[in-house]
Design a protein around this ligand. Structure first.
Ligand code: ADP
Length: 426
């Protein structure tokens, strides 16, 4: 496909599924053209591309990063582009390396690797005096003696994981060896390579997700959302409702912790998605800071409805060194103008999916903007600790968080998945 050059800036967008529309819509509003690098497993129909996409470039970013960098360097030489972004966490270091190599705005390879590696991230946060649970690193499946001395329960996870893959709670030192073994095996089969594990003390309390935009070292905290209170042993995602209903002093503590984490990790420019738990309901502890728009764009949907700020559009503008449109007070929480929510349909069982009830009706509800269905009848859901994926997301907007809560209770009653045993093809 060859489009005539325009005077709009061009951004290479790495590994975004076209079924998740938010960044494509924001690109149009930001006046940015996109060169889409699709996921290797996704067929993109050239006739049905989102309008902002002017070119499709197939690259194997994970399997052959050196070749992918060479291809992008050549593309840049032939027709320079202005920026490169991804919403796909494992591609964040690759994107930072390309930006470094081509002199484009980016995180910097070192910062990208620090935010991606939970061992480095924990050390940086601890060095900066932020709240960090006791933790130990495990470099081989039998190397867990130091971790057994932590306060239990603990959580075992891959250093380079995402989407809660393999993340598992161990309640006692006696079961730690078996849990470490299991996490190592799951990660080796799903991630391809395991660089090591982190074991950290279990943080109880509500979980929060914070959407922010950093620009020239100033952090604009757009929204703080509630992510339920998962207790394990496996940590399936469930709900996301924003703004979270928090007392002002807790809200301030969360903003302080998130802003300080950006400084500690060296993230000065671009969108971020931070997850925390509120120990004792009061004290924020970071779980991770992703240096990208979170949830493949769900974070944009939420922040846009809660604050009116077009998060993905501003992220694209920052990626091409255009001045973003931001709330006036960095370091503070942007005022909320509405509420938004994501309901992640729970698998609620395992086996071969026979039917998914309720989604069609929900899609017609005026509060619902998107139903994104990932699993369908015929797909096999394997029991945890294997992660098959989430059946569907329901994204909705509401006048208040209380309305969103009530709507989620309704969804829990309305959506149901029927399973047959895995081998059963009926
Ligand atoms: P990933 O990057 O794979 O999503 P996280 O570190 O974010 O890994 O962990 C996934 C989920 O596991 C979190 O959202 C949280 O619910 C739970 N979790 C992880 N670490 C802890 C911890 N130390 N204490 C309590 N829950 C945790």
């Amino acid at each position: 496909m060859n489009h005539a050059p325009t005077d709009r800036p061009t951004v290479v967008l790495v590994y975004q599924r076209t079924s998740l529309p938010w960044i494509f819509d924001s690109a149009l509003r930001a006046g940015v053209d996109l060169v889409l690098v699709p996921r290797p497993d996704e067929d993109v129909d050239p006739e049905r591309l989102p309008p902002a996409v002017v070119e499709v470039l197939r690259l194997d970013v994970e399997g052959a990063p050196a070749e992918a960098l060479a291809a992008l360097t050549e593309r840049h030489r032939a027709a320079p582009f202005d920026g490169i972004v991804t919403l796909y966490d494992p591609a964040v270091p690759f994107v930072a390396d390309v930006a470094d190599a081509l002199g484009l705005p980016g995180l910097g390879g070192d910062v990208a690797r620090t935010v991606q590696d939970k061992r480095l991230m924990r050390r940086r946060l601890a060095d900066a005096g932020l709240n960090v649970p006791g933790f130990a690193t495990v470099d081989a499946p039998d190397d867990w003696a130091e971790a057994a001395r932590l306060d239990f329960p603990v959580v075992v996870k891959p250093a380079n994981g995402f989407s809660s893959l393999g993340v598992t709670k161990a309640d006692t030192p006696e079961e730690l060896g078996a849990v470490v073994d299991e996490v190592w095996q799951v990660c080796a089969s799903k991630l391809g390579r395991v660089t090591g594990l982190v074991v950290e003390e279990y943080l109880d309390g509500p979980e929060l997700a914070v959407e922010s935009l950093a620009h020239e070292g100033r952090v604009h905290v757009l929204s703080i959302g509630y992510k339920g209170e998962p207790v394990g042993p496996y940590f399936e995602e469930g709900v996301y409702r924003a703004p979270a209903l928090l007392p002002p002093h807790v809200q301030e503590a969360v903003v302080r912790e998130v802003v300080a984490a950006h400084a500690a990790l060296g993230v000065t420019d671009g969108p971020t998605h931070t997850e925390l738990r509120l120990r004792g309901g009061e004290r924020p502890y970071l779980l991770e800071l992703g240096a990208r728009v979170g949830g493949s764009g769900v974070s944009h949907y939420v922040a846009h409805h809660v604050t009116g700020v077009d998060l993905a559009a501003q992220a694209l503008r920052i990626a091409v060194r255009l001045a973003p449109v931001l709330p006036p007070t960095p370091g503070q929480l942007a005022p909320a103008v509405g509420a938004a929510a994501n309901y992640i349909v729970p698998c609620g069982g395992s086996g071969r999916i026979v039917a998914l009830h309720g989604l069609d009706e929900v899609a017609k509800d005026p509060r619902v903007d998107h139903v994104v269905q990932m699993l369908h009848p015929g797909d096999v859901v394997r029991p945890y600790p294997h992660f098959t994926g989430y059946p569907a997301f329901v994204l909705s907007h509401h006048p208040s968080t209380e309305d969103a809560e009530e709507f989620h209770r309704f969804l829990a009653d309305s959506i149901r998945i029927d399973y047959a045993p895995e081998g059963d093809t009926q």
